[in-house]
Design a binder for this molecule. Structure first.
Ligand code: FPP
Ligand code: MG
Length: 337
């Protein structure tokens, strides 16, 4: 699967001048990423390159860049490229680790570092990427940005551990689950928008508006991810279906289904949860999610977050960059991969 970024997917709707600028920024981020994953230690390069070449939407660097442009302030392009690459490297490191945790053979339709190089090399390769991202932040030297990114990384790592604590719990509350989504996904996407705003020297009001956009976008992104886990097309998502359920990780479509099941249906679902379901079992459970509306309800919650993301942007001056951020928001709920 190649790198089809958000900008590629949206290009027909973006004004030509801005598209040219964004297109060249994407190329520069890719080039910085290639430089950064290269290592004197071959196995480190191998793990990094495999992950880089698997592609991705490059949402995080896009948000750093667009958030900076949306402030309407003068921005130092070089910094945005480096900071965008830094956020993508942190994201790559988390996915490399996440695939070890999930035992995932494929991501983005390509073999994971875990399946190609094993657990130890993946954990260490991810660590190197994380360390290099920290070095990029230090080279940029903005203490407020360093503080913001470090605390977002703490939050996402703690979010992953909290998710682990909840693994195997069939009927956790939706509040508990939403808290995990905020920690493991939304906080970091929020941080990408914050970094773009801070790098351009935006005031508090503008920075918080962009951060709120990122928070809601991140919540919607993760809810859609969880919906796609049950009803996506594996050929498009590049991931096997119902991984969360098979692994005993309760997500919103399941939690919203539980009150809609009869006692027998609930007992059946609980028995299969994290406990070796067949394709027929999963088809039955996903069928209930569709018929009783829990997948639709989860999707509606994602749409509500997108509405709030769009409302957050109202505090900003009108700009083509802000319009593109709205397009990105629309894309997040319509995406199939
Ligand atoms: C993907 O979510 C994973 C995350 C959002 C966070 C992963 C974080 C860690 C592994 C811990 C921190 C690691 C570092 C390097 C700081 P998902 O599993 O719901 O999505 P998926 O379906 O794409 O796997
Ligand atoms: Mg995962």
């Amino acid at each position: 699967m190649s790198t089809t970024t958000f900008f590629d997917r949206l290009q027909e709707q973006i004004p030509r001048d801005l598209m040219l600028e964004l297109g060249s920024a994407v190329l520069e981020v890719e080039s910085e990423l290639r430089t950064q994953v290269a290592s004197q230690v071959a196995l480190v390069s191998d793990v990094g390159e495999l992950t880089l070449h698997a592609g991705g939407k490059r949402l995080r660097p896009a948000l750093v860049y667009l958030s900076a442009l949306a402030t309407g302030l003068q921005v130092e392009r070089e910094r945005l490229i480096r900071l965008g690459a830094c956020m993508e490297m942190i994201h790559m490191a988390t996915l490399i680790h996440d695939d070890v945790i999930d035992d995932a053979a494929t991501r983005r339709g390509a073999p994971t570092a875990f399946s190609r190089y094993g657990t130890t090399a993946s954990i260490l390769g991810g660590d190197v990427l994380l360390a290099k991202a920290m070095a990029l932040l230090a080279a940029d030297g903005d203490l407020a940005i360093i503080r913001s990114v470090s605390s977002a990384v703490v939050e996402l790592a703690e979010g992953e551990v909290r998710e682990l604590e909840l693994r195997g719990q069939f009927d956790l509350t939706t509040d508990d689950h939403m808290h995990v989504l905020r920690m493991k996904t939304a906080s970091f996407i929020e941080c990408c928008c914050r970094v773009g705003a801070m790098a351009s020297g935006a005031d508090k009001e503008v920075t918080e508006a962009l951060a709120a956009f990122g928070h809601h976008l991140g919540m919607a992104f993760q809810i859609v991810d969880d919906v796609l886990d049950f009803q996506g097309d594996s050929a498009k998502t590049g991931k096997p279906l119902a991984t969360d359920f098979r692994e005993g990780q309760a997500t919103l479509p399941l939690l919203l289904l539980l009150p809609l099941l009869s006692a027998d249906e609930r007992a059946f679902t609980q028995h299969k949860f994290g406990n070796g379901s067949t394709e027929a079992d999963l088809a039955q459970i996903v069928g209930w999610m569709q018929d009783r509306g829990s997948l639709g309800e989860a999707q509606a919650l994602a749409v509500e977050h997108i509405r709030q993301a769009e409302r957050s942007l109202c505090a900003l001056p009108d700009s083509a960059a802000a319009s593109v951020m709205n397009l990105v928001a629309q894309f997040v709920i319509a995406r199939e991969s």
